[in-house]
Design a protein around this ligand. Sequence first.
Ligand code: BG6
Length: 486
Amino acid sequence: MKPESFAFVLFGATGDLAKRKILPALFEAHRAGLLPADGKIVGVARGELNEAGYRDWISTHVREHLAAGDIDDPAWTDFLSRISYLPLDLSAGADFMALKAVLDGVAGVRVLYLATGPSLFVPTCQALAAVGLNRDARVVLEKPLGHDLHSSNAINDAVGELFDEDQIYRIDHYLGKESVQNLLALRFGNVLFEPLWRREWVSNIQITIAEELGAEERGEFYDSTGALRDMVQNHLLQLLAIVAMEPPHSMDSDSVRDEKLRVLRALKPITSQFGSTMAVRGQYREGVIRGERVPAYVEEKGVCTDSTTETFVALKVEIENWRWAGVPFFLRTGKRLAGRMAEIVVNFRLVPHAAIGTTGSDLPLPNRLVIRLQPNESIRLYAQAKKPGEGMNLASVYLDLAFDQFFRQTQMEAYQRLLLDVIHGRLSLFVRRDEQETAWKWVDPLLRAWGRGEGAPKPYAAGTWGPASASALLAQHGTCWLEEEN
Ligand code: BG6
């Protein structure tokens, strides 16, 4: 049932995530009329701001993350009227009593959004529970949840003593992207693809999340994290699970999450011997991005000058089950790459017998399905067609499922969708504890090997597609990374 009211408590209210993602998403939802009318947003942070001060802070800092002109929109003023602020010291029980007093004045569901570092998750949850604010509330935990299996289990155990699993929303914003939902619609809403979605017809699958950005203002955090924890353990493995899962019985949260879990459990374990042949680690050096010279990773603010943290990872992953045995899944992510792009490429096998196009450049190419998550969300199916004119020659063409043109409706941003899901109590797009634990279990041997100094990162120039060994990883399988043109 649609709630008529809610209280959304934002811990870390003046942090980077709050200003870049959470507050803009709440504003967009408000502007589109999707937020329950009586909902309130309570910003919580250590700083001694008052309500007017926090609203000013939002107007100054959130502005640049909205589309131009939005700030003058009357909807903005209306949005600000939903917002209040409470300075809060984690160790002060009285501050949590004050928060409780504020929340007692707001009807409806309570959302406790912890947009803070993971080291604050447990003390915050304990302080909330001490004043009874864990009851009937939904707690949202941002990634990274811990930095390895052990620390993530410790957080999950402690939070699990205070909140039931169905009160816990572990956010992975990649699951909120429109194309990921469309991938599910494509696979499970059509008969065309599912029969081909298996080892007999698929030769390999590539999943790339490439960024042009570097460590930015998060150098210190990033340097103790690295790409494997920041992007692979969560976003890439979640995308892999969605691509490879069996059809769920329904779209309810546990059916979808059970199927993803089965995939994660079937990942071929990383042994020390396998690790060195299936993983490439890189770190960017100085280079050029969009015509601008950018510094090397080790020159970024907050990064150790002798850092061995990886800013690039490429992996060959195998899924040990009947559907996918023998099909390599290539995953890759990196900062300061040649473009900002996230996509899933399903490479099908060649026709078993080339009756048409048997010579030179006319040889038929395999079919390919490209699911683009960003910059523009689309699905493109490459097929072979006859070249116009005399004779029977083949050429590769594509069918474009350009949703923006078809639906003529702005696509919802991932955070907006996920925040609305929390308010409405929909858990399907949030990561369940067992999924998260299984993903950590899988990456842990690689983390430990790299922690021991094995597999030092290979250098790559900023503005390229990563170290050459990432291409060699695919060349062993007779293929190469495919970077889609727009
Ligand atoms: C975050 C990572 O989870 O995802 C960041 O911590 C990364 O390092 C970001 O930049 C990428 O998200 P998007 O949606 O911009 O591709």
